[in-house]
Design a protein around this ligand. Structure first.
Ligand code: CUA
Length: 356
């Protein structure tokens, strides 16, 4: 087979590949469903890269195999026969330098245009809703400033309503990522980063009965893998019903201790049957009322607590003063009053003391 003919065959394979890529524009064989308006432009860019990348892959691998075959050792040649020496070809070198460079320029221009469309980090005046998003070790909190509603690990959006997410962190770097929305944004303490999402389908329509999975996409500590939340996208009537229920709940009562335990992220790393917590990162909190007394009485205790209540409070405020044997130091971050208020701390202490 000649070089010209093999190139033609690879060209046909490439054309079929392009036709297949274009025939399935939602690319569901490689991407999750696209559930926000903003996903469209990003998917277009991805499709372009996929087509160009397929071409490079098909021609490079195809010609590689062809040359392996063409320059194989013939039966009449020695085992240590030296191959034909080929020297550089200037035209070829220029071509394979210029072509990728041009493609990168085109991709850069298209990407900048897309970034502009996304209005990242801009405040869009007519955006209907803004939600504050706080990442912390190891959970997400969502605050809806218009209503004062605050929820942990569940973000609720309304289908078809442009929503700005103002994303930041309360401690180390995290990253907000919902693959179905296509946009990933770092959450950094001291900075507020804005992204804009207009959901185009409810989570149920998209095939996620539990909500879209929200993952932390930045290695942020031992609980990184449990830092998962969900995004509910609701029709207007359901959204209003959710809002009303959340407001009623906030007005009716102070949060109970189990909710605080869950909302402050303890649930991600510790086990506590009373709170449905099954975290495996840190020590279990079952029987904590008994265990706390044993820990402070043990000869290897390095903290300053003299009662189980003090022990639990100290372990939350200054976890570094005593680390339970078998666990590495600095596994648990300290929780200052800005993150867990004194009232919340007392509620957690009482909850844990009651575990006998
Ligand atoms: Cu937060 Cu990983």
């Amino acid at each position: 087979m000649t070089f010209g003919r093999i190139t033609a065959v690879l060209g046909v394979i490439f054309a079929i590949t392009v036709a297949l890529i274009l025939a399935f524009p939602d690319m569901r064989w490689i991407l999750p469903i696209a559930a926000a308006e903003q996903a469209e432009g990003i998917d277009d860019l991805f499709r372009l890269m996929l087509i160009v990348g397929s071409g490079i892959f098909i021609f490079v691998q195809g010609l590689l195999l062809y040359f392996v075959w063409l320059y194989r050792r013939r039966p009449d040649e020695d085992d240590d026969e030296t191959g034909r020496a080929l020297h550089g070809d200037n035209r070829l070198e220029i071509a394979w330098t210029v072509a990728p460079a041009l493609f990168l320029v085109v991709l850069t221009i298209l990407s900048f245009r897309e970034l502009e469309e996304l209005h990242l980090n801009e405040v869009i005046p007519d955006a209907a809703t803004e939600v504050e998003v706080y990442g912390f070790q190891f959970a997400w909190e969502f605050i809806y400033p218009e209503t004062g509603i605050s929820e942990v690990n569940t973000l609720t959006l309304q289908k078809g309503v442009p929503t700005t997410l103002a994303i930041t962190s309360r401690d180390v770097n995290h990253a907000f990522w919902v693959p179905e929305f296509r946009i990933k944004q770092d959450a950094t303490d001291g900075y507020v980063r804005r992204i804009h999402i207009t959901p185009t389908m409810t989570h149920e329509e998209a095939g996620y009965p539990e909500g879209f999975p929200l993952r932390c996409a930045e290695l942020c500590g031992p609980g990184h893998s449990v830092m998962q939340a969900r995004v509910l996208v609701l029709e207007e009537a359901d959204y209003l019903a959710w809002q009303e229920a959340a407001l009623a709940q906030a007005a009716s009562q102070e949060l109970d201790a189990v909710t605080i335990y869950q909302n402050r992220g303890c649930i991600g790393c510790h086990q506590l049957d009373a709170a449905g917590a099954n975290g495996q990162v840190g020590p279990s909190h079952n029987n904590m009322g008994v265990i706390a007394a044993e820990r402070i009485a043990a000869p290897d205790y390095t903290g300053s607590a003299t009662t189980p209540a003090e022990y639990i409070a100290e372990s939350i405020r200054q976890p570094e003063v005593y680390v339970v044997p078998g666990y590495p130091p600095n596994l648990m971050p300290p929780y200052p009053p800005e993150e867990i208020s004194d009232d919340e701390l007392n509620a957690i202490v009482e909850l844990l003391l009651a575990q006998q």
